[in-house]
Ligand binder design. Sequence first.
Ligand code: NAD
Length: 251
Amino acid sequence: MKKVSIVTGGAKGIGAAIGYRLGKQGYAVVIADIDENAGKYRENHFRSEGIDSFFIKTDVSSEMDVSNMVERVYDRYGRIDVLVNNAGIGFSGKSIEEQTLHEWRRVIETNLTGVWLCSKYVVKYMKNTGGVIVNVASTRAFQSEPNTEPYSASKGGIIALTHSLAVSLSKYNIRVVSISPGWIDTSSWQVPPRKSYLSSLDHGQHLTKRVGKPEDVASLVAFLVSDDASWISGMNFTIDGGMTVKMIYID
Ligand code: NAD
């Protein structure tokens, strides 16, 4: 029987690459994303490539949206094998004094509460078959630039949440892992001044001499959800072209 995956934030960027990769490996791919236009576009794109896919408009920070989305997936397919909690938003970069409580809550609720909510509702069905949950954190969980407090906190929280979920859900044969990408070239970074900063990173910080592509992250996720990774749970996997191990004063 065909395995079923849900990719939150699967309409664009890293999530779209993950969905495409899983789809090409035979999974049905549910795109759960807040962006209706991009989600429908991605559904059509996947279907044109022979992937069994459908889009469900979902705000991962809304309990009603998440609960309805999971019910619709189960009604349609009768199983849920993989959840990739990828949906996330960045932060504008205001100083701590300028940050508002509303902004803090919006980032935490999307990036962290969204992971908790989707995991909570999926377990009801995933525990029938076992499965894998992959949570997308970030190197920003352990390496910061100024003025990213809500984002960094949300991503650090994802790593700790992953530990707890992995321990709680092992009795259902559910593995839970997190991944921490470094600089990945997606539309979220294609705005000034990020765009020029990203280009300047190409030859400097990365041991691999390039920034990451969404497909690099998709390859890691494809491994982590596969049976080849059946002895892996609870851990965080950094995928950053070697950036975070390099001391900045070394050429
Ligand atoms: P992106 O903006 O290209 O895609 C994010 C997707 O999430 C979009 O399709 C968007 O519509 C969706 N989304 C946003 N809010 C949502 C919500 N409330 N509910 C459902 N969907 C929502 O971003 P990306 O660069 O592909 O990032 C994907 C994930 O990877 C994010 O969690 C991000 O924090 C993380 N990440 C990205 C990088 C990077 O360099 N691009 C690095 C580390 C971690």
